[in-house]
Design a protein. Sequence first.
Length: 278
Amino acid sequence: MKILFLSFFCLLFLFKTSHSAQEVTGELGVRSKLRICADPNNLPYSNQNKEGYENKIADLFAKKLGNIPIVYTWYPMTSGFVRRTLRAKLCDLIITFPAVHEFVQNSNPFYTSSYTLMTLEEKKITVEILSDPIIKDKKYKIGIIHATPPSSSIAKYGLFKQVKFYKQAADPRKEKPWADIAEDLRNGNIDIGVVWGPYAGYEAKISKVPIKLIPLIKEEKISRGKMIYRFTMGIRKNEPEWEQTVNNLIKENQKEINQILKEYGIPLLDKLGQPLKN
């Protein structure tokens, strides 16, 4: 009897332990909660009001996993984000993360975007590359965030005299230089903004004054500067079952994911770096 009792106790302990590991660390492909690592105030990505595209994708995944609840761990997308969220095992999935990054295990890519030119529709500016002579000839004022990849093109083409630099956002809760660029466009303080695609698209989407977007697709080929980037989802390393689950969710719901991204105005590119048609 004692042996049977001990055997039962051991089985109960193993069940509880495995169930806890599944719920807390996300090691298994099936779970009772979808635990998301996200920034509390960084639209169009996410916010605590759950208004970002990451929030909408999380809703989609939770539904596909059996209408399981979503639990967020909020932390600003600054230094220490991965360490204090995913690596601390407080959450199991970062919905947007750069491809080929050593801090996480990357899922398969789920979208590609690029740095993008922003101009007011009414100005009818048609430049597609920063080396276009029209920029110098018409002395267009350019707004760009300091030390972002397009800065190298600005230096290469000798456009510094026409540039207004914006400080990088150390904390997106307090600083939103992409929004400042959009506001300066509307106020006539600059003629062209050069902004990362998702931010540019979102600012154009919410702007009451029509803003035209021109992805810097040709710029990457001409200047050989990196303008186009692929994005994956970030999970912890050595969790193959969860990695497979996430990859399956992306593959099976890619059209719906694309539709969500388009609702936020994000310029999407295909595998060849051309505007996504579907």
